[in-house]
Design a protein around this ligand. Structure first.
Ligand code: FES
Length: 127
């Protein structure tokens, strides 16, 4: 069996939503100390929904595929739903990841949560 599913390879080779966002409403950046990979998620929020999302991932192929899939999964979704996105759901949507690559999908879950929390913190500070 191939190590990576076709979906992983597709999202790695043709990642969706790559890039940064100058006027992001929320930004989340997380890293994994062991492998040194870093993932950054930018969110544009409208009416408590994800209006747009971009990511920059400095990391392995699984991390890139996970960010790409995760950003597709949260586009247009209400923030309450976005906060419930788990790395398990991302991994399943990718038709699986090798066990030693599961932490790559955890980065996507954590980066998205950090971006939503950043949005909430900024909204609170703005009153
Ligand atoms: Fe660490 Fe993929 S090897 S994020």
């Amino acid at each position: 069996m191939a190590l990576y599913s076709e979906k992983v390879m597709d999202h790695f080779r043709h990642p969706r939503n790559v890039g940064s966002m100058e006027d992001a409403d929320g930004i989340g950046e997380v890293g994994n100390a062991k492998c040194g990979d870093i993932m950054k998620i930018y969110l544009k929020i409208r009416d408590d929904r994800v209006d747009d999302v971009k990511f920059e991932t400095f990391g392995c192929g699984s991390a890139i595929a996970s960010s790409s899939m995760a950003t597709e999964m949260i586009k247009g979704k209400p923030l309450t739903e976005v906060l419930e996105l788990t790395n398990k759901a991302v991994t399943e949507a990718l038709d699986g990841l090798p066990a030693h690559k599961l932490h790559c999908s955890v980065l996507a879950e954590q980066a998205i949560q950090a971006a939503v929390n950043d949005y909430y913190a900024k909204a609170k500070a703005a009153g």
